[in-house]
Ligand binder design. Structure first.
Ligand SMILES: CC(C)(COP(=O)(O)OP(=O)(O)OC[C@H]1O[C@@H](n2cnc3c(N)ncnc32)[C@H](O)[C@@H]1OP(=O)(O)O)[C@@H](O)C(=O)NCCC(=O)NCCS
Length: 179
């Protein structure tokens, strides 16, 4: 597996990357065209998008977008092809994105991980996040949600947006120090 800049992907490979996005996060990008538009919009010189490639086929990808004068980078988007998960590809992409953010002078990297599927997956779903949020952060449980992946990679919960995706469906902000 190789990690390469998405600027170096050919048309077929860009479609493969977009297909992974729409398959993995259909709430965000319900159809392939939406995912393709997102990739094309994000492929500007200020952002960095990386793809994981196996035998010339894209198996995952992710990006970082600068904010706060370059002190902070948002990790967005991130997805690994469903049949290729739990093999270290997500970690490899995120590690490469963190290295890139650090190289560009970033101090913090963060991600917003929506708990929006079904009846909620984490202990933040369907509870009053205005009541003792610090206590709820201490006892946070990710369940099946992707926040478990970020916690494994050393990310900490740095905030929450209650009801971001409807009542009881928060966005969970996770961050990591880069220095
Ligand atoms: C989240 C995602 C990118 C992880 O990619 P991956 O290639 O499966 O992750 P890795 O194999 O590199 O996993 C790294 C570690 O995290 C763990 N992990 C992976 N997914 C996890 C999850 N959902 N919950 C808890 N732990 C998880 C792995 O077991 C591994 O732990 P280990 O080092 O102890 O073995 C992938 O599941 C995905 O594409 N999901 C759908 C899209 C998505 O949710 N994107 C994020 C939007 S915020």
């Amino acid at each position: 597996m190789q990690i390469i800049n998405m600027n170096n992907l050919n048309k077929t490979q860009i479609i493969q990357a977009a297909q992974i996005l729409t398959d993995s996060i259909p709430i965000g990008w319900p159809i392939l065209k939406h995912a393709l538009d997102e990739i094309h919009e994000l492929l500007t010189p200020k952002n960095t998008l990386l793809a994981a490639i196996e035998d010339d086929i894209v198996v995952g990808g992710g990006g970082i977008l600068p904010a706060y004068n370059g002190n902070v980078f948002e990790l967005h988007p991130l997805a690994v092809r469903s049949d290729k998960r739990r093999q270290g590809i997500g970690r490899a992409i995120v590690t490469a994105l963190e290295d890139e953010a650090r190289k560009q002078g970033g101090l913090t990297i963060h991600v917003g991980a929506d708990d929006e599927r079904g009846n909620g997956e984490t202990s933040f779903a369907n509870v009053d996040l205005y009541d003792d949020l610090p206590g709820k952060i201490i006892s946070f449980s990710p369940g099946t949600h992707q926040s478990g992946f970020y916690l494994k990679l050393g990310y900490k919960i740095i905030g929450v947006m209650p009801d971001a995706n409807g009542i009881g469906k928060p966005d969970i902000f996770l961050g990591k120090r880069l220095w």
